[in-house]
Design a protein around this ligand. Sequence first.
Ligand code: ADP
Ligand code: MG
Length: 701
Amino acid sequence: MQSILDSNITYLKGVGPRKAELLKKELGINSFNDFLHYFPFRYVDKSKIFKVSDITSDNAYFQLVGRVTNLTKVGDKRAKYITATFTDDTGSIQLIWFRGIQWVLNRFIPGKKYVIFGKPSVFKNKFNFAHPEIEDYSDDTFQISGQRLEGIYSSTEKLKNTGLGTRGISTLMKELLKQCYNELIETIPDYILAKYNLISRKKALVNIHFPADTSFIDKARERLKFEELLLIQFQVLKQKNSVSHKIKGHIFGTVGDAFNTFYNTNLPFELTGAQKRVIKEIRSDMRTGYQMNRLLQGDVGSGKTLVALMCMLIAMDNGFQSCIMAPTEILSNQHFNSIRNMLKGMDVDVELLTGSTKKKKRTEIHRKLEEGSLHLLIGTHAVIEDTVKFQNLGFVVIDEQHRFGVAQRAKLWRKNTVPPHMLVMTATPIPRTLAMTVYGNLDISVIDELPPGRKPVSTSHLFESKRLRVLGFMKEQIKKGRQIYIVYPLIRESEKVDLKNLMDGYADMLHDFPMPEYQVSVVHGKMKAEDKDFEMQRFVEGKTDIMVSTTVIEVGVDVPNASVMIIENAERFGLSQLHQLRGRVGRGADQSYCILMSGYKLSNEGRKRLEIMVETTDGFKIAEADLKLRGPGDLQGTQQSGVLDLKIASLVHDTHLITQTRNLAEHILQKDPELKSADNVRLKRQLEEISKGKLNWGIIS
Ligand code: ADP
Ligand code: MG
C-alpha cells in the first residue's frame, strides 16, 4: 500500500526542490518518513525563566526576561557587528549580532521588556548571547501559548541559511504531522504495548516532536527506542538463525591424540577458567553438524592464541586441516614461532605463509596442503589467495578480525565444499549486549580473566616538565636488564610528517639527554618490511634496549622482557590504541610501567582518556568508556553494520532495553517462528516493510 509517508520530501508544504536538495545532502532526508524520524536532540522548557546570575555554563539554553540598552555598532561605517546590554534584576549580559543589523536597531524600544532565548557563548572570559531569539514580553506571555516545551533539532550552517534552523524544522514538522496523522499506524502488538507499558506509536511520534509535558518526552522516547531495538533484534535473530542453522558443518566428534598429548605433556601452565569455558563452548559448537561462526573476545594477553591452537588440534584429531590468518607479517611470524614452540616434540606439521615466503617454500607449502600432510597453516592474507588449496580445511581462525573485510573472510569459507568452522578473535572487546547486536550473526565467547600472576601495569600521566625524571627511570630499568618502548603518534595524513615527528622527538630527547651507552631500534611506517622485521627482531632478541617507533608495534608483539611503555603525545591516541600499546608490556614476571607523556594543552576528551588509562587496566571498562566518549560511530567493525543508523536508541546507554528486546524477540520467535499468529501480524508487516528496503533501518551485516 502506498502511503503518504513514502512521498518525496519535496512535496511537503514549505519545502520545494531547493530545500529538499539540502535536506537530502545535509541530513540524508529523502522522504516524509525520513523527516518524521528526524528527532529533536534535546528540549527546552520555555516556560522557565532564568536570571542573568543563573548563567554559569555555555552548555545549556536559557530564557531571560529583561530590558535592552546600549545598542552599539562596532567597526567602521559599514558596521561589522552590533552589541547591546541585556539587564534584569540580577545583572547584565552582552548580546551580539553579526547579521541583520538594521533589523536589530529597529527592533528594541528603550525601557520595554523582552524575552530572549538562546545558548550563551564565552568571549574574553565573559558570557554573551549571539543572535538570541527575541520575543516581546507581556504579562500573559507565559500563559497563552500552550506549547512551551520546544524540541531543538540539530541543523547545519547551510540549512540555517535557508531558514531551516531548529525553528524552521519545527514548523515543517508541524505541517508533516498534520498531513500524516492518520497514517501513523501501530507497529507493535497490543499485548506487548500492555506488558511493557508503552504508549501508542501515534502518541509517541507526536510527542517526540511536540511534547505535551516533560513526562511525555520520556514516554515517547522509551516507546520509539523499544520499537527500533525490537525490530533490529528480529532482523538479527532471523539472520543468525539462517546462518547458523542452515549451513551444514563438519562434525568434530572426537578428541584424540593431538589434543591429549598437548594437554598432558606440552601445555606449560594451567588453563584459566575462562579459557577452559571457551574451549568447551567451541567444542560443543563443532559437534552439532552445523557450521560454527564464533567471535572470541578477550583482552590483550588473555591467551586467545592458545585457545585457538587447542581447537586446531581437535580439528586435526578429526582429520581436518586448520589455518590462522593474521593482519601483519610480524604478527603471523610471532604466532608461527610461539605455536611451533608449544608444539615441540609433537607430530604436527606447521608452516608459515606470507608475502615474503620464498617461491620454493611456497610451492612446497601448496603441495603439502593439497596432499593433506600439512596440518596447520599460519599466515597473512597470503593464505586466501586462489592458489592456496587445502585437501580438507576444517577450522579457520581470524586474528584481529576488524582488520579484514567480509570479502576476505568469505574467501576462506569457500576453501572447502562444506565450509570450515570459523573463529574470529578480537582484542578490542566491546560490551556483550552491544556485541550481540553488532555482530548479530556470530555467537560470542569471552575470555574475561587474565592468566594468574600478571601484575597490572602501573600507569602514570606526566607532563613534559617531568622529562628528566622519566629519563632517570629509564636508566634505572635498563640497568635492571629491562627493555623499553617509546612510541610516537602516527600522523596518518602524511608519513613524512610521521617520520619527522618521530625523528625530531627522538633527536631532541637525545640532544638534551644523550644516552650513548644504550642500543636502540627504530621502526616506522616508511621502512621496508624486511628492515622493520630486522629492527624488531633485534629488540625481540634483547640486542637493543630501547625500541623507538610509531604505532607499527601496536598489534600483537610479544617481548616479555620489555617492561616500560612510554607513549609520547599520548593525548593524540584513541583509548583503544592506548590500551593496545600498554598491552605490549606486563607480559613477563616483572612489574611493568606505562608512562603517558602529554603537552599541557589538553582537550576535555583528551584529558578524560588519559585519566581512564591511569584509572583502569580492564579492557572492557576501557571499551565502555571509549564508547561513551565517542559513541559507537568509530567502533571498529560497526561501520557497515547498519547499527549506526539508529535514530533514537543508543547502543551505549540503552543496554537494558537491548537485553529486554532481545529476550522478547527470542521468546516470540520460539513460539511463532514465522510470525504467523494474528497477535504478531503488526510485527510481520513492519518487518516486511523494512526488508523491502522501504524504511531506512539498516540491515545488520
Ligand atoms: P592474546 O592473543 O589474547 O593477546 P596470547 O595468546 O598472546 O594473548 O597470550 C599472551 C601470553 O600469555 C602468551 O605468552 C601465552 O603463552 C601466555 N598464556 C596464555 N594462557 C596462559 C595461561 N593459562 N597461564 C599462563 N600463561 C598463559
Ligand atoms: Mg594475540
